[in-house]
Design a protein around this ligand. Structure first.
Ligand code: FES
Length: 106
């Protein structure tokens, strides 16, 4: 659980379930993605938003905020997580690896 001021856009790194999560508040929507860029390991929480994508600060690869899918030609992705807001408290749902695989086929 993390507290957040949702009156302003932000990008910040938080810990949830032992993972580093990039929490993004953009265009009045909240997103949670892995904070580690799959290209070369940069911290995505140091990046910025362009359209509906998170841009990596190191080599400017872009990841869809909703799906985590990399831009055309990148052939990569970052994990995304479900977020829930209760008042000023933000909860990030961390699924196990097997739960993620199961969701791909349901
Ligand atoms: S480390 Fe993120 S694009 Fe290269």
């Amino acid at each position: 659980m993390e507290q957040a001021d949702l009156s302003q856009p932000f990008i910040k790194k938080v810990k949830a379930g032992g993972k580093s999560i990039c929490l993004v508040h953009h265009n009045l929507q909240l997103f949670a993605l892995s904070a580690t860029c799959p290209h070369a390991g940069a911290d995505l929480s140091q990046g910025w938003c362009s359209e509906q994508r998170l841009v990596c600060p190191r080599h400017r690869y872009e990841y869809d905020l909703q799906t985590g899918k990399g831009a055309t030609g990148q052939n990569d992705y970052v994990n995304t997580y479900t977020v829930k807001v209760e008042g000023t408290d933000v909860y990030v749902e961390i699924n196990s690896w097997t739960e993620n695989v199961r969701s791909w086929f349901s």
